[in-house]
Design a binder for this molecule. Structure first.
Ligand code: FNR
Length: 377
């Protein structure tokens, strides 16, 4: 309502209200090499496109005589009560999309202002302690790219616990970077590497390995040597033993993997294909969601391709407990810092809420597969 009322002031709003407009303006704003990093995906980006197109398969039935005057969008995730099911997916090197280089802090501030949790990437430009200090009352999650150096991994998780993060998200699909033509064409990887090390350079174990005053090249080389860990199921008991915080595994798209992760004691499954950035020729993440959701009793976080409040509602109806966005909030950050992120998040929430009102779904519990019609069937 506030967003609608803003328009009554007579001022034509200059803010974008569609993803297409948001994307267009972000593309104009960001330097080309940053834009190719954020907007690009794997191969010819077929999977990335399929992620967004997959939502058109589903249509939401409008239900009448429901009187959905109040909507209840609160959700329980791993013992946390969240005001809405929306989350911000972890995005590495996000500071490049902000004017002052502190995009991680700006994103954390937006989390505090909206109640939408941030999942803070390992690859940040601000140390996790400073990020967590900006969360206010909103819980935050720490995303772990598991280093091959186990002591370093343990140190990162220990620091996340001490800093007050409410859960650990272990990303499984990116121990090596996928084939990304846009990144290759702009040769941006060396530049990106120089910007994503704050969590490492502030880590006592990392410092002990490279020496406190090591030259930048030595730091980057050591980081590159320990970054990518092709984990196997044999590593899951160790990962589980790292923390008593909720443990969420990100990148799970097969129901068998979900079941095995559940048997290994994880607390939630995160269905994602990394926004189509890692593997091309895949299955749209949304298509994987129902089977994974049905495979276990665990809560399911979903991302990859969510571009609107309507998309979020469809993902919830297909079994997601919570829905995360990546690129949309990053574009908001590029255009308006923390205010821009807040605007994108509020717009997504408002659209989802209005859809639930108009279509007669007063609570998230009313949104199940029966609410959807398969338009391809
Ligand atoms: C990502 N993603 C990601 N995931 C992760 O676990 N750790 C990370 O550091 C990053 N870094 C990252 C950078 C950029 C620029 C993007 C766009 C994405 C993946 C992210 O968490 C999420 O899975 C996707 O962004 C979701 O897809 P959409 O919403 O961008 O389509």
């Amino acid at each position: 309502l506030e967003i609608h009322l803003d328009g009554l002031t007579g001022v034509v709003p200059s803010r974008p209200f569609t993803f297409a407009e948001l994307e267009r303006r972000a593309a104009e704003t960001l330097p080309p090499w940053v834009w190719s990093y954020v907007a690009g995906g794997a191969g010819d980006e077929h999977t990335q496109e399929a992620n967004t197109a997959a939502f058109r398969r589903w249509g939401l039935y409008p239900r009448m005589f429901v009187g959905a005057r109040e909507r209840d969008t609160a959700v329980d995730l791993c013992g946390l009560r969240l005001p809405s099911p929306l989350m911000m997916a972890p995005v590495g090197v996000v500071g490049l999309c902000s004017q002052d280089g502190h995009g991680d802090l700006a994103t954390a501030e937006a989390a505090a202002r909206t109640g939408v949790p941030m999942i803070a990437s390992t690859l940040s430009q601000d140390p996790m302690e400073e990020v967590a200090a900006r969360f206010g009352d909103t819980p935050g999650f720490f995303q772990l790219y598991t280093p091959t150096d186990r002591e370093l991994a343990e140190s990162l998780v220990r620091r996340a616990e001490t800093a007050g993060f409410a859960g650990i998200v272990v990303t499984l699909d990116t121990w090596v970077t996928g084939w990304r033509p846009r990144d290759l064409a702009t040769a941006n990887m060396p530049m990106l590497r120089g910007h994503c090390l704050a969590n490492y350079t502030s880590d006592p174990v990392f410092q002990a390995r490279v020496g406190a005053d090591a030259p930048r090249d030595t730091v980057v080389a050591h980081w590159a040597g320990v970054f990518g860990n092709p984990l196997t199921w044999d590593d899951l008991p160790w990962l589980r033993s790292l923390t008593d915080l909720p443990l969420i595994v990100k990148g799970v798209c097969h129901p068998d993997d979900a079941r095995r992760a559940a048997d290994g004691g994880v607390d939630a499954i995160y269905v994602s294909n990394h926004g189509g950035r890692q593997a091309n020729g895949g299955i749209p993440a949304l298509e994987c969601l129902p089977d994974v959701a049905a495979a276990t009793d665990l809560p399911v976080v979903f991302d990859s391709g969510v571009r609107s409040g309507t998309d979020a509602v469809k993902a919830l109806a297909l079994g997601a407990t919570a829905v995360a966005v990546g690129r949309p909030y990053v574009y908001g950050l590029a255009l308006g810092g923390a205010d821009g992120v807040v605007h994108v998040l509020r717009s997504l929430l408002a659209e989802a809420d209005l859809l639930m009102a108009v279509d007669g779904y007063p609570s998230l519990g009313d949104l199940g597969p029966d609410a959807l019609r398969d338009l391809r069937a």
